[in-house]
Design a protein around this ligand. Sequence first.
Ligand code: NAP
Length: 290
Amino acid sequence: MECQAFKIQEAYMHKACVIGHPIHHSKSPVLHGFWLNKYQLHGVYGIEDIHPDRLGDFIKLLRNNEYQGCNVTIPHKETIIAHVDHLSEEAKRIGAVNTLWVEEGVIYGTNTDGFGFISHLKEQCPDEVSAIKTAIVLGAGGAARAVIDALCAQGLKKLILLNRSVDKAKKLALHFSQYWQNTEFVTDKLEHAYQYCSEADLVVNTTSLGMTGQPKLDIDLSNCKKTAIAYDLVYAPLETEFLKQANKNGLQCIDGLGMLLHQGRPGFEKWFGVFPEVDDDLKAKILSAK
Ligand code: NAP
């Protein structure tokens, strides 16, 4: 009897996972495992290493209700779009999906990185967010797309997009200017950052510079406004050279860990029915995870 009861329980257990290739380094199981435990929910969150050739097979599992949904990471964030039945507006604009959920056999896809970015910014600087009119975004890769979209959605007036390959910045600015016509876009080389700093309310690093094993991001922030905010998406290490310099110049500093944690909240709610909180215990748990 006990065994049968266990099987019935298992059948009703909500299941989600993260898919990618390779995927062993993912912190998502620690994040979602923490919340499952905190809210005493009957669910599991696993890891699926899915080679690009097997993406279609995984989609069949989803449609068969094997999982309530999943997080999606490299290299599937763009290719998964072809398998999604209903794509959110932000995922369409960003051109990448990091969260899927299934309702009655229909696969929904969205991108929660912009949500994670803005939520953490609002958590850290609740009074200053509405005063952000001009922002510098350093970098024009995948993470920059989500940051640009989220800032424009908040009503940003001017976005200065600086990248090593300025052509990439120009393409991205052109792409987002179709959607966000009230935002002025300026593009230039990363090395010209100093000349724009004095007008920025926010400077965001979305490049991979400053990550462990990468060269540091070398930007002179000395002519920034004293009220400006410096936000680094890098979370390993937590205190980058960019943030150290921002701190020395009196700027408010925000590291990348909060964005990583906040971006997981909408997916967790879809799969397990609770909108989870980010707290200090969670931050400590993620930082101590190998
Ligand atoms: P990506 O698509 O590969 O883009 C990398 C960006 O960094 C590009 O703009 C690239 O410039 C620039 N870059 C790389 N090496 C450079 C160098 N030596 N000099 C100057 N610029 C350089 O990567 P991504 O997915 O956007 O991720 C970027 C960073 O954001 C990573 O550190 C990642 O961990 C972090 N991230 C954090 C979160 C979070 O939740 N906190 C979420 C997503 C990403 P070019 O275009 O000229 O190559």
